[in-house]
Design a protein. Structure first.
Length: 262
């Protein structure tokens, strides 16, 4: 009888243990689209999102208009989350209602829990403040542009190499670019819209002022750089740099030979 009772007891203990282990554990690392704010479904065309860099204890994202940033402290065992030093950029947008809701709700966040669709962030009383769904990683990101690219065509015309091979080199980590249009060297940076992984435009471009046989081509290339607003990878591995109407401004191919920066 004692053996039977012990067997039943061990079975019960095992079941309880399994129940505890199956409790949903949330990995908040990465980016999450904000689907609901305090029970209201987000209907904005520009979906706000929250990103959590768990290793660096950093929170970032977009509230629907402005970018947001702050610090995050997580306790995965308790399911608690503490946001601090939350700030936002100050760009004015036509409709700030959604943004105000997001920023106000962030001030109340105290805990998080898994759901069938993603994650819920709740306040101290357990009221749901945010419904989040994991953001799908884009097939292509600006990181794929890192390195040197030879400019092969501008518009529908092939680029003629007169003096120097026109190229552009991306340092994605520092958000810097440099290269040549065929004669002079240019240096600058690039800006991205955080809500569009393929959006890109060049900024703060500086140019040396030498004269040479490649000046005509260079003027065309530099003018093309000013029009760029996005990029797209083509089936043959080349990249199209496009204007605001998604029309190809110029095409470039990866430099697989000797560095052109030397």
């Amino acid at each position: 009888m004692n053996k039977v009772f012990l067997s039943v007891l061990l079975g019960t203990t095992f079941l309880c243990s399994c129940g505890t282990q199956n409790k949903s554990v949330v990995d908040l690392a990465g980016e999450w689209n904000i689907i609901t704010v305090e029970g209201q479904k987000v209907s904005s065309e520009e979906i706000p999102f929250l990103g959590f860099d768990v290793k660096e204890n950093r929170m970032y994202g977009n509230a629907g208009c402005n970018n947001i940033m702050g610090s995050v402290a997580l306790n995965s065992k308790k399911g608690s989350i503490e946001l601090s030093n939350v700030g936002a950029t100050r760009r004015m947008c036509p409709d700030m209602k959604l943004e105000d809701k997001v920023l106000n709700a962030l001030e109340k966040v105290k805990s998080y829990k898994a759901t069938k669709k993603g994650v819920e962030l709740t306040d101290a009383e357990g009221k749901v403040l945010f419904g989040l769904e994991k953001k799908q990683a884009p097939a292509v990101t600006v990181a794929d542009l890192n390195g040197e690219w030879i400019i092969t065509t501008v518009g529908d015309k092939a680029v003629e190499v007169v003096e120097k091979t026109p190229f552009i080199a991306f340092n994605v980590e520092e958000k810097k670019v440099h290269g040549t249009g065929g004669c002079n060297i240019f240096n600058g940076g690039f800006i991205q819209d955080t809500k569009n992984p393929t959006a890109l435009r060049f900024s703060q471009m500086a140019l040396t002022r030498m004269a040479g046989p490649g000046m005509k081509n260079e003027g065309i290339i530099l003018s093309a750089l000013e029009k760029v607003r996005s990029f797209a990878f083509n089936a043959d591995g080349t990249v199209s740099m496009n204007d605001r109407n998604n029309k190809t401004v110029f095409v470039m191919k990866k430099n697989t030979g000797k560095s052109l920066s030397e």
